[in-house]
Design a protein around this ligand. Structure first.
Ligand code: ZN
Ligand code: ZN
Length: 359
């Protein structure tokens, strides 16, 4: 069996052939990693029908050889542009595609100046399109990240107390994840208590938790490059009727979306299942973001589950389902799972209870 990187490269070359393109330069780190295996923070991957050349500098020589055995490794000593110009001329490249949503304008100018004979073609989403559907190995890594994430949440519930600051809570979660084989968190942990819960991306502050507050906890471990993304909203010591009411609306909205997910439905249909329920309940205006997003090497990637998104779901896609209600001056509730689309529906990779937990 050919190894994963080779299969990915082959599929990408098919895309290049369809685009009528003879060479493509990958600069986005996640895309470079996906197609080469190289995890270093600096380098370019040049792909042609016959070659995959990984250009990086001396710091990464050993790592590149180990991680990217299917690539020709080119360690440049001086300027990257000089090495790249030589490579382009060796390979007789006349037209070069590049990632227009990543390459800087400065770099583009340099290319124009230094690669006079090469026609530059801006493109976007080519590798991202491939990355939407995960292979078995990728799903395994995301699942592992999800297991670590859920374990951190359960651990926190045992030690969460009034008087702890949001920062402290975030630190407990992140420490647990790293201690348990997670890499650096996939994103900055969100801990938003009380009124701050109305901020969908309320990163932790030094505000202290108080009895009776709802706390939105949004966390994700990273495992061998792959992210998980998970949110639960819990109550501290006690709960009032309003809190329960809003919570149950979000929970129902999430359940409706999960029920709709299967191959063949569009991203906007899944979003609509949750959104229309909240609208009918009179809360549509307080659900202020998309229902979900793809998860993989990036914590936010394609496909987006949002109105107007006509991507058709396929087995192997991994997405979040995260409706939320954000009431200014009151607070917020979000419930989020990472799920993988299966042949018949979806499997939740973060199977933590959605009963309202009073901690
Ligand atoms: Zn999240
Ligand atoms: Zn998310």
């Amino acid at each position: 069996m050919k190894d994963l990187q080779q299969q990915r490269l082959e599929r990408f070359r098919e895309i290049l052939a369809k685009e009528g393109l003879e060479a493509f330069l990958v600069s986005k780190p996640e895309n470079r990693r996906y197609l080469s295996g190289f995890t270093g923070s600096s380098g370019f991957l040049l792909i042609t029908p016959q070659e995959a050349v990984l250009l990086t500098d001396g710091r990464y020589e050993q790592q590149a050889c180990q991680e990217a055995p299917d690539c020709r490794i080119l360690i440049y000593k001086g300027e990257f542009l000089e090495a790249f110009r030589e490579t382009c001329s060796d390979l007789q490249i006349r037209e070069l595609g590049f990632e227009k949503d990543h390459l800087t304008y400065y770099m583009f100018e340099q290319f124009e100046k230094n690669l006079a004979k090469v026609k530059l073609r801006p493109l976007s989403g080519l590798v991202e399109g491939l990355r939407m559907v995960k292979d078995q190995e990728e799903i395994r890594l995301i699942q592992e990240a999800a297991v670590i994430t859920c374990a951190a949440f359960w651990y926190l519930l045992g030690v969460l107390e009034e008087g702890q600051s949001e920062q402290e809570v975030a630190a407990i979660l992140e420490f647990f994840m790293r201690k348990n084989r997670g890499g650096p968190p996939a994103f900055e942990t969100i801990v938003a208590a009380g009124e701050r819960g109305a901020l969908p991306h309320g990163v932790a502050t030094d505000q202290k938790l108080r009895r009776g507050q709802m706390v939105v906890l949004d966390l994700g471990a990273r495992y061998q490059g792959y992210a998980a993304d998970f949110t639960r909203t819990v109550c501290l010591r006690r709960v009032d009727r309003r809190q329960r009411e809003i919570y149950e609306l979000v929970r129902e909205a999430q359940g409706r979306a999960l029920e709709v997910i299967r191959p063949g439905v569009t991203a906007s249909e899944v979003d609509g299942a949750a959104r229309s329920f909240l609208q009918e309940a009179g809360y549509g205006e307080f659900f202020t973001h998309a229902l979900g997003h793809g998860v993989g090497l990036s914590v936010h990637e394609e496909p987006r589950l949002a109105p107007g998104q006509e991507v058709v779901l396929e087995p192997g896609m991994v997405v979040t389902v995260e409706p939320g209600l954000y009431l200014p001056g009151w607070g917020g509730v979000r419930i989020e799972d990472t799920v993988v689309v299966t042949e018949t529906g979806c499997e939740v990779l973060t199977p933590v209870t959605k009963d309202l937990l009073i901690v």
